[in-house]
Ligand binder design. Structure first.
Ligand code: ADP
Length: 484
């Protein structure tokens, strides 16, 4: 925390977005959500700075694209090393601006570094294709080329790993970047850009825009013809808006949007493991993740055992400032988040749900909320229909295994689902029947740089991570050689 008070750190963070230019415009505050303390004041940039950044990126596009794969990989490996070297500082900044427990911040930074490393390696593995031509006078092949400049917008819940997960595959594919991080958490993104500069990316390959309101910058990114692709993680509502803004130019999009993850415990599950998995899937990041378990379905025969063990385990969680080493749940990002949890609780209470533990704000100030378990929940309640995005775990009792899969699928979302079972036949059938982009089977945690992260239905378009994540930033070009 001492380091955070260092004034030159924040002039570095502002400078990295301004390219060394002086700033005389409006500024916005970045606050610590645990204490309300002012952490930094950053330039509040808008459409004209965004246009300049896009111009710089467009100029750098050719330089970065034409660098041999081995050289791109080397710069990215240096960036990875610098992130690892500075991971304690990055985690400290992350906890200060976002609130999550420092241990979770450290694991997020490690995850961010893992994406950079993975795609530093993938930069060397862009393959084309040769095709057997239907006649002898021609040869057919496919080459892969970067889509061009990518505009990226990231959310506040994983301020470091979302930046890495989005821009690493794009950079590895040969795309220049303009990034706008969430207004609540721009500092760790800034610090990562400072490290990227030290790593030696060509001037203009990575550009950062700080803004207190996403809308103007987002509109510029979507409508500026020099941006060839938008990559966004955030709410479905904003995703829909960006998609409509991209429509006139048929601009390509990667979208990672909301979820309403079911977590199903069947009667043949290992209950102790299911309880641990549910704790992970529900309370990591205080429940503020798009893959958080939002509806916990438990089969009748194991319902009471699961609920009792789960409530006992939830009682061990500690809410507070993320810098306290005993704390496992930090603050909610803002008071709107608390309002939503309280609205879901009030609705469930009015319709017969029972609060088994928690249920209240913690203290008078701050945005802390107790980890809460509700039983007697039905599918009609808001808590089962909308993403709560907080530490509220609703338990829904079920009898019929086929019916529960139908209920689990009865949502506009399709990001992550989880289930616990041991019967192999059931495991396969349920895994195949769930209409989700990702299914955790006997685990509450599945995100990895080696695996494709993404959703179906209104949870998004495209995948991030793995070799598939790289394909989203490459165009294929068919070459046909005639007269042979
Ligand atoms: P949340 O509700 O979790 O904050 P949002 O979708 O509102 O999710 O925010 C995710 C990211 O989208 C943030 O970087 C935010 O600044 C940005 N954003 C919000 N509104 C818009 C918009 N109209 N156009 C472009 N970006 C936006």
């Amino acid at each position: 925390l001492g380091r955070l008070a260092r004034p030159d750190l924040f002039s570095d963070l502002a400078g990295i977005a301004l390219g060394g230019k002086a700033w005389s415009g409006a500024e916005f505050d970045v606050l610590n959500p645990s204490t309300g303390a002012l952490l930094a004041r950053l330039p509040d940039m808008g459409p004209s700075e965004t246009r300049d950044a896009i111009d710089r990126a467009a100029e750098a596009q050719g330089v970065w694209q034409s660098l041999p794969a081995k050289d791109k990989s080397a710069v990215m490996r240096r960036w990875h090393q610098l992130i690892v070297l500075h991971s304690d500082d990055l985690a400290t900044i992350l906890t200060a601006e976002m609130g999550k427990p420092l241990t979770e911040a450290k694991s997020e930074v490690a995850h961010a570094a893992a994406y950079v490393q993975w795609y530093a390696e993938e930069a060397n593995r862009i393959y084309g294709e040769t095709i057997s031509a239907p006649s002898n006078d021609r040869r057919m092949l496919v080459i892969k080329q970067p889509v061009g400049v990518v505009g990226t917008i990231t959310p506040w819940n994983f301020p470091a790993s979302m930046v890495a997960r989005k821009i690493s595959p794009a950079l590895a594919a040969g795309c220049a970047i303009v990034l706008k991080p969430a207004e609540q958490t721009p500092l760790v993104a800034g610090a990562m850009f400072v490290l990227a500069r030290l790593a030696g990316f060509p001037e203009g390959a990575l550009n950062l825009i700080y803004a207190s309101h996403g809308a103007d910058v987002g509109a510029e990114l979507c409508t500026n013809a020099r941006i060839r692709k938008i990559s966004f993680t955030g709410s479905t509502e904003v995703g829909r808006l960006l998609m409509s803004q991209c429509a006139p130019q048929i601009k390509k999009l990667n979208l990672e949007l909301g979820g309403n993850a079911p977590f199903i415990v069947f009667d043949d599950a290992d209950i102790d493991e299911a309880v641990e998995g549910a704790i992970q899937a529900k309370f990591r990041n205080g429940g503020q993740t798009c893959v958080s378990a939002n509806r916990i379905y438990v089969q009748s025969a194991v319902h009471d055992e699961f609920s009792e063990k789960f409530v006992a385990r939830v009682a061990e969680l500690k809410v507070g400032d993320g810098f306290d080493p005993e704390v496992t749940i930090g603050p909610m990002i803002d008071s709107h988040a608390i309002d939503k949890i309280e609205a879901h609780l009030a609705d469930a209470g009015a319709r017969g749900g029972t609060i088994r533990c928690g249920g209240k704000r913690v203290g008078n100030g701050g945005t802390f909320f107790e980890p809460t378990v509700l039983t007697g929940v039905t599918s009609a309640m808001r808590v089962a229909q909308e993403e709560t995005f907080g530490p509220l775990a609703p338990i829904i009792r079920f009898d019929d295994a086929e019916q529960v899969v139908r209920e689990a699928n009865d949502t506009i979302y399709g990001l992550a689902a989880y289930f616990y079972a041991s019967n192999l036949k059931r495991v396969w059938r349920v895994a195949e029947a769930l209409e989700y982009g990702m299914v955790g089977i006997n685990t509450g945690r599945m995100s990895s740089e080696a695996a494709p992260f993404g959703g179906v239905k209104q949870s998004g378009i495209g995948r991030e991570g793995s070799r598939h994540g790289m394909e989203d930033y490459l165009e294929m070009k068919y070459l046909c050689m005639g007269g042979i």
